[in-house]
Write a protein that binds this ligand. Structure first.
Ligand code: AMP
Ligand code: MG
Length: 407
């Protein structure tokens, strides 16, 4: 069994595991924020026909050659083409059609001109300058060409993707089902919110925090309840959860104390242990195991550490399970806004936020970086990494940071 693996190795060990995915077909209205499980090819061009971008006149550019204020081109109006109407008259030289924004350009025309640039009556339009062929014409396929792949599997359905699908007349698409991830809170001291606290108890906060982060990654968290520090009770709860979930997350008991069961329970259940403990702080006290092809990720009970463990090690695998095309953390280099006093004998993840000043990315670290602290996750959108063996970090120093959901 691997112990004390590097953070990146822990991520790789999880990503090496199978991530079984299921699909469902949803209506357009329900697709936002979901991940496509199919490539989508354009059946039609958008726009489907050459159209006018203005209210004006459709004409043959050649008819306006040499036109000027003194000697305008005078064209006879054949018909009016409002949006939603197809032209009915083939244009011949010396003629123009009145056309409105979004209407198809009649055959034979190669330019349009805005009303404002003409003088007109019901029967005639005067044009005072030569028009170039192709001017003021929105070509069929300007946005999307029929036949091209417009969206690929693994794409998050965003505002633009919804518009692209709707523009194709597509009313439903196949997406990955959100993986169900059970979050089991272990600890004999835990009480559920809404109940009175007995002496020596604390409220279970982890399940709520972790579930919100899981949702932000695209998963469907399931509350696996509270279980006391009893290996039999814990393994029974994990077994139950394995029946109905795609992945299990536990909190508490992942370290080396007398009541720290995570490693022992995983072994007792016959799970393959991927690693125990990752080499970073806070949150490195964790264990990852696989049973029945499903990942069991045992995180620290400390609320701050549990979140960092999930974000640094668990997130890429959760994203893979959700079907995201890109699963690795997004990284950026940031400049420390203030100095950070603590030494970092091992890799340290610091909670903080991105601040952009004069176009430069700064990192503002939160107050309270302890294992048990969750208030420093308020507004946190970056975890900056201080490499192992670093002393005090001065302001102005550059660190690499990973982007994390800031919900
Ligand atoms: P453990 O990882 O079990 O050693 O727990 C570390 C610290 O986190 C202890 O102070 C626990 O009381 C606390 N803790 C454990 N589980 C939770 C939870 N679900 N919510 C809030 N705090 C917890
Ligand atoms: Mg405990």
């Amino acid at each position: 069994m691997r112990m004390n693996v590097a953070a990146d190795m822990a991520v790789e060990l999880l990503l090496g595991q199978e991530a079984k995915k299921y699909t469902e077909t949803l209506r357009l209205w329900e697709l936002e924020g979901r991940i496509l499980a199919e490539d989508i090819r354009a059946a039609i061009s958008v726009p489907p026909f050459d159209r006018s971008p203005y209210d004006g006149y459709a004409l043959m550019a050649a008819d306006t050659a040499g036109a000027s204020r003194e000697a305008p081109a005078v064209l006879k109006i054949t018909e009016e083409i409002p949006a939603g109407h197809a032209p009915t008259i083939l244009l011949t030289p010396g003629h123009a059609a009145k056309i409105l924004t979004g209407a198809p350009i009649p055959e034979g025309c190669d330019a349009t001109i805005k009303y404002e640039d003409t003088e007109f009556t019901d029967t005639e339009v005067r044009i005072f300058a030569p028009q170039e062929a192709g001017s003021n014409v929105v070509r069929a396929g300007e946005d999307i060409k029929a036949g091209e792949v417009i969206l690929t599997a693994g794409t998050l359905v965003s505002a633009a993707a919804l518009g692209i699908l709707a523009g194709q007349g597509i009313s439903e698409a196949t997406v990955y089902k959100k993986p169900r991830i059970a979050v089991i809170s272990t600890g004999s001291e835990l009480a559920e919110a809404g109940k009175p606290l007995k002496p020596a108890q604390i409220y279970n906060s982890n399940v709520y925090t972790l579930s919100a982060y899981l949702r932000a990654m695209g998963a469907e968290p399931v509350n696996g309840g509270i279980v006391p520090d009893d290996p039999d009770a814990i393994s029974a709860r994990i077994s139950e959860a394995l029946e109905t979930s795609d992945m299990i997350i536990t909190t508490g008991g992942a370290s080396v104390g007398d009541y720290d069961w995570a490693y022992r329970v995983s072994e007792m259940m016959g799970a393959e242990i991927l690693f125990w403990k990752a080499d970073f702080k806070p949150g490195g006290a964790m264990c990852a195991a696989v049973l029945n092809g499903k990942l069991i990720l045992c995180l620290s009970g400390n609320p701050g550490a549990a979140v960092i463990g999930l974000l640094r090690v668990g997130m890429p695998y959760v994203r893979k399970l959700c079907g995201h095309r890109t699963v690795m953390h997004e990284r950026l280099n940031v400049i420390m806004k203030d100095s950070f006093g603590k030494k970092s004998p091992r890799l340290r993840l610091v909670r903080g936020r991105l601040e952009i000043k004069d176009g430069v990315a700064y990192f503002v670290h939160s107050d309270g970086q302890g294992n048990g602290v969750i208030s420093s996750l308020m507004g946190c959108d970056l975890l900056a990494e201080i490499p192992a063996g670093t002393g005090r970090v001065q302001d102005g120093q550059i660190l690499s940071a990973i982007r994390v959901p800031s919900n």
